[in-house]
Design a protein around this ligand. Structure first.
Ligand code: AGP
Length: 613
């Protein structure tokens, strides 16, 4: 997830683009760059780290007499967060530049092809391929060259292109990554990944759709279909957001925005990693050799908080499909127990931030004992990824809300891929099964996208009768037990209600004593292989007058005979229920906290990244 800003108009370009990037810093902030045309030449500035570094490095250019330019703030996916990898990226002539948000899935093969044709690359990014590919096709007509280049590209992109050969024109294009245009007669034309950069200048917005390309000048905008090449007419919409609303994409809180970003985060995490024909999984940054994999006889999963819940789900998956015994540890416990670890153990550290002190300490300990280390991480170049032998990155983009949401479901997606990968290498799963499960993962992301708005409406109504409860229980079995734990953690951290998650079968060993008519209990009861057992457990709750809310499979009428409060979800392969059933648990916590007037994005006593022991 990166941020793009482009401007062509009557103002001096640098303050417009820099100001726009500041409003997009939430989308990524490991490096940034700006380019503009002055006296027929491109002037390019790039810096590693926060935007402030870029601003400091280009003080003399702030007032440059240029009226056309592009900017980018980066959240690294391919290539470390360095100045060389910062956007904009240039072609070989240095006369054409590109800024990009998204992932070019076939960049390896395109890069090799272009190198063979004599192109020289200056970065490790997938984006640079686009600059050289456009150069390859450029013959005086920039729109034609961009269209042709994009027809070769697989993956997602929001793109801005600038060429000295057409010094009054900006090209924008989009496919599966957001891009909006702003237009104003007296100001000029704008492009950006999100609306906030445009708001100081215009409220007239055009939302580009997938596979569309725009040509912007100071006083014209034309939009074309990338497929047919024909011009398309787009509606201009008037936006009435203020700046704060716009930063959150119109959502009340970052957490809610991030809940809604989950389908995209899952798709971005899976994107380019499963071959749709063979079901073969490609995780190049994992850096484990065939020998390393053959030698593994146990896996330790270590993590904290929400990431630990992802580990608990992964244990079921890995043991079932890759047939390797798995131990799961809370990192703060792992680091102080007697560890029976040697070089046959693979340690997998799961961390959104890659900086959590306890998990990092666990990584160092396991490494000292000879274990290979793989990290599942969302932040490129974070300490954990540098210390691990290999990484499987989640592509969730920056998460601002302290409560982990999209980072959790994309960790699950990455761990599912990791399981398929191990199962493929160790030949413990049929190819057909791998193909089926790979496709199902994408289907689940699409289902979440479709179901989210209605699910939120239903939950909003549902919570009215128990949002002010003092306590709350979450129960689930098998793969859904960790989701019960996650639901309880979400609720307690943002609403301050005391909440616990239990394995349903464990209730009768003590917690059932808590149940009375004032105790709300959320039961996860999908039609899976432990369905009948789960039903018996929720019947036990009903018999003690517990206030039951059930989440189950659409069409399962039996649930309605147990309680009136049932939330239905579509049936998916049971292995993937944990991803789907997380969404209502997050929404429930969100709606309750919001109803209670809590500070959802910055709950008391918590920090986003816990870098102390
Ligand atoms: C949960 O919502 C929290 N943000 C917290 O439990 C978090 O998952 C934990 O601190 C671990 O963080 P990490 O994934 O960055 O290592």
């Amino acid at each position: 997830m990166c941020g793009i800003v482009g401007y062509v108009g009557y103002r001096r370009v640098v303050p417009v683009v820099l100001g726009g990037l500041k409003r997009l810093e939430y989308r990524g902030y490991d490096s940034a760059g700006i380019v503009f045309i002055q006296d027929g030449e491109l002037k390019k500035y790039r810096s590693k780290g926060k935007l402030q570094n870029l601003e400091n490095s280009m003080k003399e250019a702030l007032g440059a007499p240029s009226h056309i330019g592009l900017g980018h703030t980066r959240w690294a996916t391919h290539g470390a967060p360095t100045t060389e990898n910062a956007h904009p990226h240039s072609d070989c002539t240095g006369e054409l530049v590109v800024v990009h948000n998204g992932i070019i899935e076939n960049y390896h093969s395109l890069r090799n092809e272009l190198i063979e044709k004599g192109h020289t690359f200056a970065s490790e990014t997938d984006t640079e391929v686009l600059a050289h590919l456009i150069e390859e096709y450029l013959d005086g007509d920039l729109r034609a060259a961009v269209t042709k280049a994009l027809s070769r590209v697989e993956g997602s992109y929001a793109l801005g292109v600038l060429w000295t050969g057409m010094p009054d024109t900006l090209i924008a294009a989009r496919n599966h990554s957001p891009l909006v245009l702003g237009v104003h007669e007296e100001e000029g034309g704008f492009m950006a990944s999100d609306i906030p950069p445009l708001l100081p200048y215009t409220d007239q917005i055009i939302f580009l759709d997938d596979e569309e390309l725009a040509v912007l000048t100071s006083n014209t905008h034309k939009i074309y279909s990338l497929k047919s090449g024909k011009e398309v007419t787009k509606e201009i919409q008037t936006i009435s957001w203020n700046a704060a609303m716009a930063e959150k994409g119109g959502y009340k809180h970052f957490m809610l925005k991030e809940i809604y970003e989950q389908p995209q985060a899952i798709i971005d995490t899976v994107s380019g990693r499963i071959n749709p024909e063979t079901g073969s999984v490609d995780l190049p940054e994992m850096n484990l050799t065939e020998d390393d994999l053959a030698n593994i006889d146990r896996i330790f999963l270590i993590a904290c908080g929400t990431s630990w819940h992802a580990a608990l789900v992964a244990k079921y998956w890995i043991e079932r499909w890759a047939k390797i015994p798995v131990e799961v540890d809370i990192a703060s416990e792992f680091r102080y127990r007697k560890l029976l670890i040697d070089e046959r153990v693979l340690t997998v550290a799961i961390s959104q931030s890659g900086e959590t002190a306890d998990t990092l300490a666990g990584v160092r300990l396991a490494k000292d004992l000879g274990s290979k280390i793989v990290t599942i991480c969302n932040v490129v170049g974070s300490t954990m990824t540098r210390e691990a032998h290999g990484t499987v990155y989640t592509h969730a983009g920056p998460e601002i809300g302290v409560a982990s949401t999209k980072s959790f479901t994309s960790q699950l997606a990455a761990l599912f891929l990791f399981t398929l990968y191990l199962a493929e290498k160790r030949e413990t799963m049929e190819q057909e099964q791998r193909l089926l499960l790979g496709k199902e993962l994408i289907r689940v992301a699409n289902i979440i996208e479709e179901e989210l708005p209605a699910m939120q409406d239903e939950i909003k109504k549902l919570i009215e009768s128990f949002y002010d409860s003092r306590d709350f229980l979450f129960v689930g079995r098998g793969l859904n037990f960790p989701i019960a734990l996650e639901g309880a953690l979400k609720l307690k951290e943002i609403s301050y209600i005391h909440a616990e998650g239990y394995a349903s079968g464990e209730l009768k060993h003590g917690p059932i004593a808590l149940i009375d008519k004032d105790m709300p209990i959320l039961g996860l009861t999908p039609k899976d292989s432990v369905y009948q057992k789960s039903i018996s457990n929720v019947e036990e709750i009903k018999a003690r007058q517990g206030r039951l809310i059930l989440i189950g499979t659409r069409g399962d009428e039996q649930l309605k005979t147990i309680t009136d409060d049932v939330l239905y979800l579509p049936e998916v392969h049971e292995e993937l229920n944990p991803i789907l059933y997380t969404i209502p648990a997050q929404l429930l916590a969100y709606e309750i906290a919001s109803r209670r007037g809590c500070d959802v994005d910055q709950p008391r006593n918590l920090a986003k990244s816990v870098t102390v022991e």
